[in-house]
Design a protein around this ligand. Structure first.
Ligand SMILES: NC(=O)c1ccc[n+]([C@@H]2O[C@H](COP(=O)([O-])OP(=O)(O)OC[C@H]3O[C@@H](n4cnc5c(N)ncnc54)[C@H](O)[C@@H]3O)[C@@H](O)[C@H]2O)c1
Length: 245
C-alpha cells in the first residue's frame, strides 16, 4: 500500500522551501525524482534547469526528461515565481506588476499543465498536482499581519483561486485518458517569520501551529500513489483547520 517506488516524478521549484522537502522525502520513498528549478546552489545529477515562464524551456525540458527516463508518472507544479515588489499593499500595486505576477505564476502553471498533460496523454497515465494555497479558497485574515511589515498580496488570491478551477477543468478534460489532476492547498508554513506574526497565526488556527514542509509532502505523496487512482479534481487542504472556521 501507498508506494511510489520507481515512479518518475518532476517537482518544479524543487530547490525551494517545500520543493526541497518533496524531493528528499519522495527520493527516500524510492521514487526517481527530478528537481526542476531555475536556480541551484549546487546542481546534482537529477536536478534540471527549467523556467516555467519560458515556453521553450518547458517544452524542451519535458521532452528531455521523457527521453531520458522513458516515462513521467507524476508532475508537481510547485515553483513560486514573483516580482521583487511582491508583498505591496493592494492600493500600491502597479498594474504592470500585477500582470507580471499573474503571467509568471498562473500562466507558467498553465504552460506546464499543457505540455505535461499532453505528454501524459500519449503514454496513457499520470498524476499532476498544482500547488495552491488556502488563499485560493478563502480571503486573508489581515489581523495576523498586524504589527508586521507582512501582508498577503492580492495577485496570490487571483492566481491560486484561478488554479483551483483550472485544476477542475483539467481533471474533467483529461479524465478519459486516465490522467489525474489535483491541487494541494497548504496553510502558512513556518519559515522563521516574525514572532508576532507566528503568535497571531498560531492563536487563530484550530491546530494552534503553523504547518511544516513535511505536513505538505504527505499530501503530495498520497496523490502521486496508485492508492489515489480514483481521486481527481480534488483540492486537498492541509492547513491545520484554518479554512474551516
Ligand atoms: N511556503 C508557504 O507558506 C506556502 C503556503 C501555501 C502555498 N505555498 C505554495 O507552495 C509552492 C512552493 O512554495 P515555497 O514556499 O516552497 O516557495 P519558495 O520561494 O521557497 O520556492 C520556490 C522555488 O521556485 C523556484 N522558481 C521561481 N521561479 C521559477 C521559475 N520561473 N521556474 C522554475 N522555478 C522557479 C525558486 O527558484 C524556488 O526554488 C508555491 O506554489 C506556493 O504558492 C507555499
Amino acid at each position: 500500500m501507498f508506494s511510489i517506488k520507481n515512479k518518475v516524478i518532476v517537482i518544479t521549484g524543487g530547490n525551494g522551501l517545500l520543493g526541497k522537502q518533496m524531493v528528499s522525502t519522495l527520493r527516500d520513498q524510492g521514487a526517481v525524482v527530478i528537481a526542476a528549478d531555475i536556480y541551484f546552489e549546487e546542481k546534482n545529477e537529477d536536478d534540471f534547469i527549467l523556467d516555467i515562464t519560458d515556453e521553450n524551456s518547458v517544452k524542451n525540458g519535458v521532452e528531455a526528461i521523457f527521453n531520458k527516463y522513458k516515462r513521467l508518472d507524476g508532475w508537481v507544479n510547485n515553483a513560486y515565481p514573483r516580482t521583487s515588489d511582491w508583498g505591496n499593499k493592494f492600493e500600491n500595486i502597479p498594474l504592470d506588476s500585477w500582470r507580471k505576477n499573474v503571467d509568471m505564476h498562473l500562466n507558467g502553471y498553465f504552460l506546464c499543465c499543457q505540455v505535461v498533460l499532453e505528454q501524459m496523454r500519449e503514454q496513457g497515465f499520470g498524476s499532476l498536482i498544482n500547488m495552491s494555497s488556502i488563499y485560493g479558497l478563502v480571503g486573508p485574515d489581515f489581523t495576523v499581519y498586524e504589527g508586521t511589515e507582512m501582508t498577503m498580496p492580492a495577485a496570490y488570491a487571483a492566481i491560486k483561486g484561478g488554479l483551483n478551477n483550472l485544476t477542475r477543468y483539467l481533471a474533467s478534460y483529461y479524465g478519459s485518458s486516465q490522467i489525474r489532476v489535483n491541487t494541494v492547498s497548504p496553510g502558512g508554513i513556518y519559515d522563521n517569520q516574525e514572532d508576532s506574526f507566528v503568535n497571531n497565526y498560531n492563536k487563530k488556527v484550530p491546530l494552534k501551529r503553523m504547518g511544516s514542509p513535511k505536513d505538505i509532502v504527505s499530501a503530495v505523496f498520497y496523490l502521486l500513489t496508485d492508492e489515489a487512482s480514483y481521486v481527481t479534481g480534488h483540492n486537498l487542504v492541509v492547513d491545520g483547520g484554518w479554512s474551516i472556521i
